[in-house]
Design a protein around this ligand. Structure first.
Ligand code: AMP
Length: 115
């Protein structure tokens, strides 16, 4: 049985709209529909990796690429002062969409420890 497509896979395939701010052959980035900060962008691989638990050594370069895209987008969004990157993994880590994604958050005071 084919696994159900996640909402992010549907965004990649252009089936549902998103405010896309970056696209390349390995990943796309778009604004979170329910932003938790003035800047809240999700960076996702085109490859449907469910979570960090499912990434393999083969994905090493891809994961590094995603991190550098996060950094480039942060600078593009004017976050020279700093920003936060979040990768929720598994239900216990707060993950709701099972297509690996980095959250890029900025332009507000980000407290530590996080909630
Ligand atoms: P997580 O809890 O780490 O899985 O984060 C999932 C994120 O996806 C949440 O911040 C949601 O607001 C966001 N989200 C869900 N659906 C959409 C959508 N259609 N477009 C943009 N962001 C979405």
């Amino acid at each position: 049985m084919a696994e159900e497509k996640t909402i992010f896979a549907r965004i990649i395939d252009g089936e549902i709209p998103a405010d896309i701010v970056h696209s390349d052959d390995l990943c796309i980035a778009f604004r979170d529909i329910k932003p938790q900060a003035p800047v809240h962008i999700l960076v996702i691989p085109r490859k449907p990796i469910a979570s960090l638990f499912d990434a393999t050594a083969e994905d090493r370069m891809l994961l590094g690429h995603l991190m550098l895209v996060v950094r480039d987008l942060a600078l593009q969004e004017g976050l020279e002062e700093g920003f936060r990157t979040v990768l929720n993994t598994g239900a216990g880590g707060g993950q709701e969409v099972f297509h690996l994604h980095f959250h890029l958050l900025g332009k507000r005071k980000l407290n530590w420890p996080p909630g």
